[in-house]
Design a protein around this ligand. Structure first.
Ligand SMILES: Cc1ncc(C[n+]2csc(CCOP(=O)(O)OP(=O)(O)O)c2C)c(N)n1
Ligand SMILES: [Mg+2]
Length: 786
């Protein structure tokens, strides 16, 4: 329902100069044309080789043409960062083209291989994209966590603070607000007193399938206000406001305010005649309304009735320029989906494309001659020189590069491997980070940790105790002040290096993504480490994918994991996560068994996340303390640990059996191997630290016609030797090893979950204990002998 919401609480600036309005209005027309044409060209002009619809969103783009024109050509400053509604990508590309930052060729290849992307992408479109978008809701949340990252850097003086901070801006579809992650972010932002954040909601009251619920949206402004935000509603444009000011005009306002979203949309589609019929029926008793109807022909009446503020350049500029402080601000901008296009307001317009006839008449209206479709200023009623001068004066046109090159953070040649006869990898992680925290290296200063309420239980305690918790304000540790004994020191200050989040894994992944882009966005690298329980990776999986897709760099520590967490119980067990680690592009995963391996891998990870062609790194760690090998690791072994596998017990040349294990199950594999060695002394024991690295290397080597690491390792075995693979994960994680050299594979692992118990009981129940490994090996060997 077009009900009236609370308006802006700041004062309006002086009306912007008429010249500016004239230029922006002309450019808005061009943006609408180019975005519409770009989609039309891709669907109807470019040859189609596979018969698939190319698509693009003409209606969703038209909805944002005014708001984005105002932002990009006038309001944005170089330090501002924007997440664009994914399906307004054509508008974004058109604007970059007008600013001279995008080529015509890429526009002509919109949605083609190597062309401008369907949804703005940092990795494919490059430099001008601040945040990738695509999965609705995530770009919006991303701006909030990037604002926190900006605060983190500025409060520590890690970036220059002489200039004003950037505003983190999201252009959101109204139906994006159905995504829960937005509200998770909103609550977290309130806790952290987030600033410099604008969420601009394209309130066209339509989603993909439907018209947005009137009742629901009526609550949205109250929700933002409850979280301390300013809500600015851009509802009626200048024409409508003028009509409301006429005699009886308030009846027209009340009529529109009470008009259900669905009826308003339908009438927008029907046009002047439809409005006239309804207004005549409902308001004919008011002479003032009759006068308004008489003064407007059908076209003028349509223009009047669709004059919402989100399409009124002056209203938009006034609203944006009126906000001068850093309070987070939500702009609810009333718009029309498909504004200016023939299917405006039609409920089925989301994926609708203009047909050839519609395009021909739109082209005539726009005054664009055939062959002049890509011209910057064709069909506009201002001289090209004036528009060109206006464009080059826009802050974003004058800006240098939008991405920063940030110097790398030096990483020491080795990290201290924790000592101890029995250790878990989780404890080792805590102790390694604790040691780093105690030193004063550059590395220590740039690490920032974050966790969704599992800081202590993932062993970040030693780090946090030394480096403190981040907050915009100094806050004492009350328990400590009251002399209540606790192992945790939780004082908060701007100097703290741990960001404590509430329980929401989506937020964790957005936060590490934002911190992991700090180098590019703000010019100073941070090395984020996020910790969580392994099973809850799935809770934030799309967000993890989103973070990787835009090549944010971070380290993930997932612990506890598997069924090895034992008494902790079934609901917290994880099975398929190593397969996620294997399959997720942009993320390399490790599951080491020993503390010395972890020290090597963590050091490598700090380098890897900083390499130009590097990736983020996921460690799957365990809470199970296991006996540690007494060894000194030579360079060759170190390289093998990083590459993904090494022979813990080397097989004799031509051995007929080997066991390959990964992670905390090492003791069972070692015990089984020892027993087997009594009968088959030449049998080998392969320690796998990363199924993922091994697999990728195998794929790459096959493509390049080279010999893979796994192939070289397995070459020690007889060609038809049996290979038993085992880990506390789904058996498919390692079963592919059977295809490397054609070994007879016996993949062991976990494919059910839900029981609690101690490790002996659980390993036995799920058939990954020593006895089960022995049985598998015996069966495999018998088969071999037959
Ligand atoms: C997570 C996710 N689910 C579904 C989609 C498919 N999708 C793309 S746009 C859209 C509707 C969005 O409506 P709204 O945000 O109001 O945008 P409008 O086109 O109206 O501006 C949907 C469901 C998506 N991109 N991401
Ligand atoms: Mg919408």
């Amino acid at each position: 329902m077009l009900r009236t919401l609370e308006g802006v609480d700041g004062q309006h600036q002086e009306a912007p100069a008429q010249d500016k309005i004239a230029c922006l209005t002309a450019l808005e027309r061009k943006v609408l044309w180019l975005s519409t044409w770009m989609i039309h060209n891709a669907n109807h002009v470019r040859p189609n080789r596979d018969g698939l619809k190319v698509g693009g969103h003409q209606a969703s783009s038209a909805s944002l043409a005014t708001l984005m024109t105002a932002l990009y050509f006038d309001v944005l400053r170089p330090q501002d960062r924007v997440a664009v509604k994914p399906h307004a990508s054509p508008v974004f590309h058109a604007i970059q083209y007008l600013l001279g930052h995008q080529s015509r060729e890429k526009l002509e290849r919109f949605r083609a291989f190597g062309g401008a992307q369907s949804y703005p992408s940092r990795t494919k479109d490059g430099e001008n994209v601040d945040f990738s978008t695509g999965s609705v809701g995530l770009g919006v949340g991303m701006t909030l966590f990037t604002s926190m990252a900006q605060d983190y850097l500025r409060l520590k003086q890690l970036v220059p603070t002489d200039g004003p901070p950037g505003r983190m801006i999201a252009l959101a579809g109204d139906a994006e607000l159905d995504e829960g992650n937005i509200f998770e972010a909103l609550l977290e932002g309130w806790k952290h007193d987030v600033r410099n954040l604008w969420w601009i909601i394209d309130y066209n009251r339509q989603s993909l399938d439907a018209v947005v619920s009137d009742r629901l949206f009526g609550r949205i402004d109250a929700m933002f206000e409850m979280m301390g935000w300013r809500v600015v509603t851009l509802k009626y444009g200048r024409l409508l406001e003028a009509a409301f000011a006429r005699p009886d005009g308030h009846h027209l306002r009340e009529w529109i305010d009470a008009c259900p979203n669905s009826l308003y949309s339908a009438l927008v589609y029907k046009g002047g005649e439809g409005w006239r019929e309804h207004l005549h029926r409902d308001l004919n008793r008011y002479p003032g309304i009759r006068a308004i109807l008489d003064d407007h022909d059908d076209a003028a009446l349509q223009r009047l009735m669709t004059n919402l503020a989100g399409h009124d350049m002056e209203s938009v500029l006034d609203a944006f320029h009126a906000v001068a402080d850093d309070r987070p601000t939500c702009f609810i901008a009333y718009t029309i989906k498909g504004y200016g296009l023939p299917f405006a307001g039609h409920k089925d317009n989301h994926a609708g494309l203009m047909n050839l006839d519609q395009m021909a008449s739109f082209r005539r209206d726009m005054g664009v001659a055939e062959g002049a479709e890509w011209d910057l200023f064709a069909g506009l009623d201002l001289p090209p020189a004036r528009l060109s001068a206006f464009l080059s004066a826009a802050p974003l046109a004058r800006a240098d590069r939008r991405w920063h090159d940030a110097p790398r953070v030096p990483v020491p040649p080795s990290l201290p491997a924790p000592r101890g006869a029995r250790l878990s990898t989780q404890e080792a992680f805590g102790r390694i980070l604790g040691e780093i925290a105690a030193g004063d290296s550059a590395l220590a200063d740039r690490i920032v940790t974050t966790s969704p309420d599992v800081t202590v239980s993932t062993n970040l305690g030693p780090w946090v105790n030394r480096r403190g918790i981040f907050d915009r304000a100094d806050r004492a540790d009350t328990f400590r002040e009251e002399k209540v004994v606790s192992a945790q020191r939780w004082a908060m200050s701007p100097q703290g290096q741990h960001i404590e989040l509430g329980i929401a894994e989506s937020n964790l992944f957005l936060q590490v993504a934002a911190l992991g882009l700090a180098g590019s966005l703000f010019g100073t690298r941070l090395l984020p480490i996020g910790t969580l329980y392994d099973p809850f990776i799935k809770r934030g999986l799309d967000v993890l994918n989103y973070a990787c897709y835009q090549d944010a760099r971070f380290i993930l520590v997932a612990t506890p994991s598997g069924i090895t967490l034992a008494p902790e119980g079934g609901a917290h067990q994880s099975i398929g996560e190593p397969l996620i680690g294997l399959a997720q592009p942009g993320l390399v995963s490790f599951e080491p068994a020993y503390a010395d391996e972890l020290a090597i891998l963590l050091r490598w990870a700090f380098e890897e996340v900083q390499r130009d062609d590097g990736q983020s790194v996921y460690f799957r760690l365990s809470t199970r303390p296991i006996e540690q090998p007494a060894r000194k690791i030579a360079a060759e072994l170190e390289a093998a640990i990083i590459a993904g596998a090494y022979w813990l017990r080397e097989p004799a040349e031509g051995a007929e059996l080997a066991i390959a294990y990964c992670g905390a199950i090492a003791p069972e594999a070692i015990a089984a191997h020892q027993e087997i060695a009594e009968d088959v002394p030449e049998a080998g024991l392969l320690a796998v630290t990363s199924p993922d690295r091994l697999h990728r290397d195998w794929q790459a080597a096959r493509a390049d016609g080279e010999i893979s690491i796994a192939e070289r390792l397995l070459a020690r075995l007889r060609p038809d030797a049996a290979l038993v693979t085992v880990g506390d994960f789904h058996p498919a994680t390692l079963s592919w090893l059977g295809a490397v050299a054609g070994n007879r594979i016996v993949p062991m692992g976990v494919d059910r979950f839900g029981q609690s118990g101690d490790i002996p009981d659980l390993y036995q129940a799920y058939h990954i204990d020593t006895g089960a490994i022995l049985d598998a090996a015996a069966r495999a060997c018998l088969l071999a002998l037959r």
